[in-house]
Write a protein that binds this ligand. Structure first.
Ligand code: CU
Length: 182
């Protein structure tokens, strides 16, 4: 009896479609909230161990280049109040295409600077990034990085921990700029 069978199949198919439609209508709400909650939980878990314990960054300031188009520079002090010594391995600055740690050295009255890959600091021995020593050079600054703004800076330690803060953006005097980066 083929006709009967077709009807039965059609009925079955219709039931399945209804069931699917019902599911389709119902599932998105619990699914979406469920996955959002899961994502929040995962983000919180992923972030917590990343925050470097006992490490803080003092007085971060970005100096704009005296001549537009030249690199800017980031100064700060990174310190810790407890725990094992740390190593600063990388710096990221929002709005800078590239941020490089440099060290300026003066030998026989001649200053030169070279990139450095890591700078150590420990309890009681902060690493100071300032004119004439360590500094972070900022290449290809976006137009959003301008005097008076606060720009997010993220410091990555060799162990993978991170510290984020905001640096104040300031103009650089012409002489100051020339002395820092001949
Ligand atoms: Cu430099």
């Amino acid at each position: 009896m083929p006709p009967m069978r077709s009807i039965a199949l059609a009925a079955l198919a219709a039931t399945s479609l209804l069931a699917l439609a019902a599911c389709g209508g119902n599932t998105p709400t619990p699914d979406a909230s469920g996955s959002a909650a899961a994502a929040d939980g995962a983000a919180a878990e992923a972030n917590a161990p990343d925050n470097a314990p006992h490490v803080s960054v003092l007085e971060p300031v970005i100096k704009l280049p005296a001549v537009a188009g030249n690199p800017g520079v980031l100064y700060f002090t990174i310190q810790q109040d407890a725990g094992k010594p740390n190593t600063l391995a990388a710096v990221h600055v929002d709005g800078a295409e590239r941020a490089e740690m440099h060290e300026t050295k003066t030998e026989n009255g001649v200053s030169s600077m070279a990139p450095v890959k890591a700078v150590e600091f420990s309890e009681g021995k902060p690493a100071e990034f300032k004119a004439g020593g360590y500094h972070v050079m900022l290449f290809n600054l976006a137009s959003t990085v301008k005097a008076g703004k606060d720009v997010e800076v993220t410091f990555t330690l060799a162990n993978g921990d991170k510290v984020s803060t905001f640096a104040k953006v300031e103009e650089t005097g012409a002489m100051e700029g020339m002395m820092d980066h001949m």
